[in-house]
Ligand binder design. Structure first.
Ligand code: 13P
Length: 224
């Protein structure tokens, strides 16, 4: 039996609606219904609704996610996107990404509150950890190991080390934990990460912006 894999595109702060829809038009028709591979796209908030519509119209096997969720419930929190509002459109949310911890002062406490909000509205939390020292909030089953040196640098961790970190995290938090790897993933190195027994997929930044490159990575996952 193939192991369950996640291939997750994190567009970060890139692509307007037109560019997002061009990506969907190219990637969507290439996706196949493979039970062992879940493909997710996490666009900018302003793209999400149009992306979701295009996925539904095309009937593509593509899950739509968000790159963040408010730590607060719906209410007087200017500029925030609450989990209840987002839950109409997304099924997963990336939480605690290094770029948010670093640039927006996100703390473990805030990330834990975001996880609670996401879960309350059936949004799967994908929590990013930068190493074994980061605390994984309770109730989280899906995490991404993203070593800081590897993010956007063109200098990925080794698949062997990523697998060792994943193993350590599972020893700490339970064997059911699914651990993804993120950091300078490309179509050239993705197979070596996906082949690691301890890893359950990839969180992809820069390489996910290019539809051809992203499709290549998804097709590699189909063959694992
Ligand atoms: P890059 O793929 O651009 O290195 O970004 C990865 C990342 O942000 C991991 O979460």
């Amino acid at each position: 039996m193939n192991k369950q894999l996640w291939i997750i595109a994190n567009w970060k702060s890139n692509k307007n609606i037109r560019e997002a829809l061009e990506w969907i038009d190219k990637v969507g028709p290439e996706l196949e219904n493979r039970l062992h591979v879940k493909v997710v796209v996490c666009p900018a908030f302003t793209d999400i609704e149009e992306v979701k519509k295009a996925v539904l119209v095309g009937n593509y096997p593509l899950i739509v996610g968000a790159q963040d969720v408010s730590p607060f419930a719906e209410g007087p929190y200017t500029g925030e996107e609450s989990a209840r509002i987002l839950s109409e459109l997304v099924d997963l949310a990336i939480l605690g990404h290094f770029e948010r911890r670093e640039n927006f002062g996100e703390t473990d406490q805030m990330i834990s509150e975001k996880v609670q909000q996401a879960k309350k509205f059936n949004i799967t939390p994908l929590v990013c950890v930068q190493g074994k020292e980061i605390k994984v909030p309770e109730g989280v089953n899906l995490i991404a190991y993203e070593p800081i040196f590897a993010i956007g640098s063109g200098n990925p961790d080794t698949p062997q080390n990523a697998a060792l970190v994943a193993q350590g995290l599972k020893e700490q938090y339970g064997e059911d934990l699914e651990v993804l790897y993120g950091g300078s993933v490309t179509s050239d190195n993705s197979k070596a990460f996906l082949q690691q027994e301890e890893l359950s997929g990839l969180l992809i930044g820069k390489s996910s912006l290019d539809p051809e490159e992203f499709v290549k990575i998804v097709k590699i996952a189909y063959l694992i």
